[in-house]
Ligand binder design. Structure first.
Ligand code: SF4
Length: 363
């Protein structure tokens, strides 16, 4: 298949669903790790196309959702430092921290600007040479190379008022952390398509080998996802676990080596705190010593309030796949996209927002 329409072809989707129903004889629990997959699954009614004994769970693959309260609190505190401009991708604005959100901090006078690229963030620094422009670096391996590239560009251009508040995270360590928690017994993982474009498939091999979990990298159209499910079910039925690629038009086994080099040149791995999971060793990215001067946490010391979680919000369990959005007592009542209580209702890739938007109320 070459054209996008073919990946949305309802006949093809139906044929794949029929094949899955034919070959699948045993219960299987599959997790889509990526928030983009969660949205695609909801939007296209993929769960309803599958036999009831195939259970689909959503994982922690939304970078906005997994950003911990204390990290949002830090961004808010930095926005209150005189002369500071915070730049961020739009989804972060409404996410509640412990006591407020960046949006509320902006209403209270903070100079917090939405940007659409790291180039915009650099431009904010260029346009305001007498102020500090801090880019809120939230994202996975797909975002990290662009942040690395912005740092290198700032260095080249000698932009000395550009900083990064780095909360970039890496997906494979989070997968291992989830598997180690043992709260959910998974048979298969739909591996993230965009992340795999960068990192390739090698990092998942350990999960197939050590945990016996089937892994298939999927794209984001309905046929992509059904094809990945079919490949996972086939592995499960055959009693094997390996890493396959259903998204061959986007992903090579070795990934994007240039992007990896870029990322590895600017960042080193560091421990990171994930909402709902806690600290995961070596699951984050920090600027290397050579690029210290771009690190907002080194340049500005701020006092942070005690971390507080919102009572009743069950985003943490949703991100671990332990419950579904409908199991949260606040879903659709106290918590809606207009008035979100937790990040899973804010983010365009959040599970709660996807359930709410696509009207999935039958679990
Ligand atoms: S419905 Fe709202 S409060 Fe409940 S888990 Fe989802 S985002 Fe959190």
């Amino acid at each position: 298949m070459k054209f996008i329409d073919e990946f949305r072809d309802p006949d093809l989707a139906r044929k794949l669903a029929d094949k899955i129903a034919r070959i699948s004889t045993r219960p299987a629990r599959l997790m889509e790790f990526c928030g983009g997959h969660t949205v695609a699954i909801m939007r296209n009614g993929i769960r309803q196309l599958l036999p009831p004994h195939i259970e689909m769970l959503s994982g922690p693959g939304c970078p906005v959702c997994v950003t911990a309260n204390r990290d949002i609190d830090r961004a808010i505190a930095l926005s209150q430092v005189p002369g500071v401009i915070i730049t961020t991708f739009g989804d972060m604005l409404k996410v509640p921290g412990s006591y407020s959100s960046l949006q509320q901090a902006r209403a209270a006078g903070g100079d917090i600007r939405i940007v659409y690229s790291t180039q915009d963030a650099l431009q904010a620094a260029r346009d305001n040479p007498d102020r500090a422009a801090i880019f809120l670096g939230v994202g996975f391996e797909t975002t990290a190379p662009t942040v690395a590239s912005a740092v290198l560009q700032a260095e080249r251009e000698r932009i000395d008022n550009f900083y990064v508040l780095c909360h970039l995270k890496m997906t494979p360590p989070a997968m291992r952390a989830l598997l180690d928690l043992g709260e959910i017994r998974l048979n298969g993982i739909i591996c993230p398509g965009h992340v795999s474009t960068i990192i390739g498939t090698k990092p998942y091999e350990a999960y197939a080998r050590d945990y016996g979990v089937a892994c298939v990298v999927a794209g984001f159209e309905p046929v992509d996802i059904l094809q990945a499910v079919e490949m996972l079910v086939q592995q499960i039925e055959d009693g094997i676990a390996r890493v396959d690629i259903a998204y061959t038009r986007g992903v090579k086994p070795e990934g994007n080596v240039r992007a990896q080099d870029l990322m590895n040149g600017v960042f080193h791995t560091a421990d990171a705190c994930w909402r709902g999971i806690g600290d995961i060793p070596q699951s984050g990215l920090s600027l290397k010593n050579r690029y210290d001067r771009f690190d907002a946490t080194r340049r500005f010391e701020v006092e942070l309030p005690p971390v507080r979680e919102h009572s009743g919000c069950r985003c943490g369990e949703i991100l671990r796949g332990v419950i579904r959005p409908l199991d949260c007592g606040l879903f659709g009542k106290a918590c809606t996209p207009e008035n979100p209580v937790g990040p899973c209702m804010v983010s365009s890739e959040g599970s709660c927002a996807a359930y709410y938007q696509y009207g999935v109320y039958d679990g």
